[in-house]
Ligand binder design. Structure first.
Ligand code: PMP
Length: 984
């Protein structure tokens, strides 16, 4: 450790020439922990010159070369030694030991900002594969103990700790704690340990190389630096890889670690001894790295490399020791298909003949609550459902403890369940999934109620508002939400009063949280994705409570996907590569089955917000009263129609109510055809107006890939008036000309045009704004040709654009027919067609219009409630204000990201057009998909749209706030940055 060799470039070039006969143009220092590594550029070839100090012994270098030879069998690129002119692989020159290795293409995983699940698994698989390849390497010499062997971590830490001027007191404490499990494992008498073999020794993000594998994807392609190859347990490299990922995947470090373990276990299943050893080894590795970089920092404090290393190593160690005790071990076992905890933790505790006493004291004159609750709980009485799907809590009131208390009291609830994914713990959308899994049972009771020990035990911990009793070795009872009166260290008898149910300052329901744990110090809530491990560590306390307090297990998500696939027509696609199971919606947030909230940026249907209380109440009230059809008289139908008409230009005064957007467009077409007596329709290229046969014939976008072969002769396609990508750039007159041409075609081919249909703002293109004057010109051309003009406001109307209620108003035109849906019912099937009386009458003269459920009483009440909410909550203004701020932020974001070609739209309908090249505007399709997947991980739901699927459509419920808009922009910025690093 006398410092890293510091060959000058000129010196290195001279050595290369003299000993390898290689003329190098350039050498570049690659940075290294101890040795000097130089990249050598020689013509079209590249090498790595590795320079060890004079004190570096030869045998480890020879062992490294043996490992390199064995690694050549891997399906990964690995360095190959280049022999010197004298035939040697290791050359002693000018006081150094020098070697030349072939260059391995690719970039290290350290350059990739975020490692996705396949890459993390791949890293685990590399650890497994390299261990298998090197297993039989038997160096003739006794291997030199490597300080990088995690098995020897305790010795390495001790060595650093022996130096008084080394780590601080705090650091010492952490290092000692982190190495304790490994020391215990190694010194457990008679313990069998995993077998020894040769391994790489440093399978980490520094040494695993990747190459681009398509947009947003990398492929692990190489493994370098066999200098730490050593003889130890094969899982040492798995431990190394795990430590490498936790310090960088800070949002979800444990998930990242588990993905690496899963990748390894898939290739090389871990055996029982390895499962015992892995977590101590991971901690040991992290501790040794932190200890060594603490020392290295002191020796070479001026080097950025060492400073960054020190920070990263300590971050990893702090992250690892911050995981709840016992959890990583259990969850690693579970991920490898084993029982999370060996044995039944409660069998010995609650053996036959054990007398359990109630946790809660009897209220005056009654029997104790714990056992008294048993009969009730068996019948489900007294148990309150606080799960994600609960019907007890609404409209975000779960975030207010007073509201939760009110519900608990109103229901006379005595028990909150164990194993329940708690809505009350969901919190706000964030970068990581919240801990929502309830690990104990809540016994609701008045503050001051006595809390008793159900079994004899020892008080091993008293903290604020909680107490932990050890009932038997490794069997603890955590009682939280109480004022403890028992003292730490004291023994308590069964039935002894240990505290009182505490008051709550936050107004929440007073209760004692009863949690059985196998390890003390567990939190009350855990990550529901780790359900099996958590519930093994904190088993069902029903026997202690004397009632069934277990929530039913959640449905199997994979089975749900399979069930859907087995009965639903495959044409009905799902969002995302891994479909999302959404259980609850509230305003602008959606909650998945694990209680993770997401910011919803795509649901323009839920215009006033998901599960809006006013809409839900209106629907429920009317459903209870009556839901029949529109052939009976009910006021709400006329009232709703009148409200729609009020919002439109005076001449549009006749309303039809329908069930969907497709029906609205279809009816609009029928009206136009009957009114004009013609059949031909002009639609814009890339249009979508619904799936019903007549309107699907107009679909010339990605929803109908075969439109060219199937388009009927009476459908005429005009150029899409897209200033960004369209055939005529922003030339409104040219696009109008295209519409006029289509009308002429209709006249030539048949009797002329019946209708022109378009979205006034091109929603399905991602809110592309046609050039000024287009719509007015197109309407004039169509009318001149004897046709009528239909505005499809299904996506873009209803206040969404902010400046006006209808998108066509921006163009200062009045359509003849307006079709609207989606927002009208806030998710309830309701659409409308509004037109001039003479057009409506033309249909009436020919046939009656009736649709059994269209415009029924429930629909009309819902429609009115939506309009009321939009008006009362000022949502149109909000769309203008929040949308404006959002657009400014998105436009500013484009300064930092070349991928953003344009930001389209108005108000809260916007499109972020992603391009590979700003000049060619080539759509970045795969990238758009990647960004959507990444943003999901960051808690934001957004989807691509447009003719190419490269435009992120931003059309959230109108109730989003400025801070939600910021969350979106920050997540998008992060996703774009992450993407840039995998585009290599
Ligand atoms: N028109 C437009 C512009 C649309 O975007 C859609 C649906 N995406 C429809 C009509 C059809 O509406 P629905 O899905 O309610 O039938």
């Amino acid at each position: 450790m006398s410092g890293t060799p510091q060959l000058t470039a000129a010196h290195a070039i001279a050595i290369l020439d003299r000993h390898w006969g290689i003329t190098a143009e350039r050498v570049v220092d690659l940075g290294s922990y101890e040795d000097q590594n130089l990249r050598v550029d020689a013509g079209a070839k590249r090498y790595v010159l590795k320079v060890a100090g004079p004190s570096h012994a030869r045998p480890p270098l020879e062992a490294e070369h043996e490992a390199l030879a064995a690694a050549a069998t891997l399906e990964l690129a690995t360095p190959v030694p280049v022999t010197a002119l004298d035939g040697a692989e290791i050359v002693d020159v000018d006081g150094h030991r020098v070697r030349l290795l072939s260059w391995v293409d690719g970039v290290p995983l350290t350059d990739v900002a975020h490692l996705d699940e396949p890459t993390l698994r791949g890293l685990g698989a590399v650890a497994a594969a390299s261990s298998a390849a090197l297993a039989d390497v038997r160096s003739a010499r006794e291997p030199v103990a490597s300080k990088w062997d995690p098995r020897l971590a305790a010795d390495v830490v001790d060595d650093v700790l022996a130096d008084d001027s080394g780590p601080t007191e705090d650091e010492r404490e952490v290092l000692a704690a982190a190495t304790a499990p490994l020391r215990e494992l190694l010194h457990r008498s008679g313990a069998e340990l995993p077998a020894l073999q040769t391994i790489h020794g440093d399978v980490s993000d520094y040494n695993v190389l990747v190459t681009a594998a398509g947009p947003g994807r990398v492929r692990i392609s190489g493994l370098i630096d066999f200098g730490d190859s050593t003889r130890t347990w094969r899982i040492a490299d798995l431990a190394n890889a795990c430590v490498a990922v936790v310090c960088r995947e800070l949002d979800e470090p444990l998930q990242a670690l588990l993905a690496v373990v899963a990748g390894y276990n898939e290739s090389a299943p871990l055996n029982a001894l390895e499962l015992d050893a892995l977590w101590p080894l991971i901690l040991g590795r992290a501790a040794a790295c932190a200890a060594l970089s603490t020392r290295q920092l002191r020796l070479t404090s001026d080097r950025d490399y060492t400073v960054a290393q020190y920070a990263g190593d300590w971050r990893a160690l702090h992250t690892l020791i911050g995981f709840p005790s016992g959890l990583p071990d259990a969850v690693i076992r579970a991920r490898c298909g084993h029982e999370p905890l060996p044995g039944d933790p409660l069998a010995d505790l609650l053996g036959s003949g054990t007398e359990l006493l109630p946790v809660l004291a009897a209220p005056p004159g009654r029997r104790a609550t714990g056992h008294a609750a048993a009969g009730k709980a068996a019948a489900g009485v007294g148990v309150i459902d606080l799960s994600i799907a609960t019907d007890e809590l609404h409209d975000g009131d779960w975030a207010d403890p007073h509201e939760v208390a009110a519900v608990v009291h109103a229901r006379h609830a005595t028990i909150g369940r164990w194993g329940e994914v708690r809505l009350t713990a969901a919190g706000d959308p964030g970068d990581a999934a919240p801990d929502t899994l309830h690990l104990g049972a809540d016994l609701f009771a008045l503050a001051g109620t006595q809390v008793r020990a159900p079994l004899a035990g020892t008080v091993i911990g008293v903290a604020e508002r909680e107490l932990t009793l050890e009932l038997a070795p490794g069997r603890c009872l955590r009682l939280a939400g109480i004022e403890a009166i028992a003292r730490a260290g004291g023994a308590v008898t069964a039935g002894a009063v240990v505290g009182y149910v505490a008051e709550r300052t936050d107004g929440g329901p007073t209760h004692v949280h009863v949690q059985l744990t196998t390890v003390p110090g567990q939190p009350g809530l855990g990550d529901p994705r780790l359900r099996d491990a958590w519930l093994a560590l904190c088993p069902d306390p029903s026997p202690l409570v004397g009632a069934d307090v277990a929530a039913p297990p959640p449905p199997d998500a994979a089975a749900g996907v399979a069930r859907r696939a087995s009965v639903l027509a495959g044409a009905q696609e799902l969002y995302y590569a891994r479909p999302m199971e959404i259980v609850r919606g509230s305003r602008q947030y959606l909650y998945d089955a694990h209680g993770r909230p997401y910011l919803d940026m795509i649901n323009n249907v839920a215009v006033v917000g998901h599960s809006h209380p006013r809409v839900a109440a209106a629907a429920a009230r009317q459903f209870r009263l009556l839901n029949t059809n529109s052939r009976f008289l009910y006021d709400s139908m006329a009232e709703y129609a009148a409200r729609l008409v009020e919002l439109l230009p005076a001449e549009l005064d006749r309303v039809f109510l329908v069930n969907s957007g497709s029906e609205a467009c279809d009816l609009a077409l029928q009206l136009a055809r009957v009114y004009t007596g013609r059949q031909d329709v002009v639609a814009l290229r890339g249009a979508y107006h619904g799936w019903i046969s007549a309107v699907f014939e107009l679909c010339t976008g990605p929803d109908n890939p075969v439109w060219r072969q199937t388009k009927p002769p009476f459908v005429h396609v005009a150029e899409q008036p897209d200033p960004y990508r369209g055939a005529f750039a922003d030339d409104a007159a040219a696009y109008v000309g295209s519409v006029a041409d289509a009308c002429s075609d209709a006249a030539t081919a048949a009797g002329g045009v019946a209708a022109f249909i378009s979205e006034p703002l091109l929603g399905n293109q991602g809110a592309v704004q046609p050039p000024d004057g287009f719509l007015a010109g197109a309407y004039a051309a169509v009318r001149a040709a004897g046709g009528v003009c239909i505005a499809d406001e299904i996506q873009v109307g209803y206040g969404r654009t902010g400046e006006s209620f209808w998108a066509f108003e921006h163009e200062r035109v009045t359509p003849d027919i307006v079709a609207v849906a989606k927002a009208t019912g806030n998710g309830h099937p309701l659409g409308a067609v509004i037109c001039r009386a003479e057009i409506a009458d033309a249909l009436g003269r020919r046939a009656a219009f009736f649709s059994s459920t269209a415009g029924g009483p429930v629909s009309c009440e819902v429609g009115l409630a939506v309009l009321d909410a939009i008006a009362d909550e000022g949502l149109q203004d909000k769309a203008a204000r929040v949308g404006g701020a959002l657009q400014r932020s998105l436009t500013a974001l484009a300064d930092d990201h070349q991928l953003i070609g344009a930001v389209h739209g108005r108000g809260l309908y916007q499109g972020v057009d992603l391009v590979l090249d700003r000049d060619t505007r080539e759509p970045a399709v795969e990238q758009a998909r990647w960004i959507c997947e990444r943003m999901r991980e960051l808690g934001v739901i957004v989807q691509p749209t447009g003719d190419h699927g490269n435009v992120l459509k931003v059309k959230p419920p109108l109730c989003i706030t400025e801070s939600d808009a910021d969350v979106f922009v920050i997540a998008l910025d992060r996703a774009l940055r992450d993407l840039a690093t995998v585009s290599l």
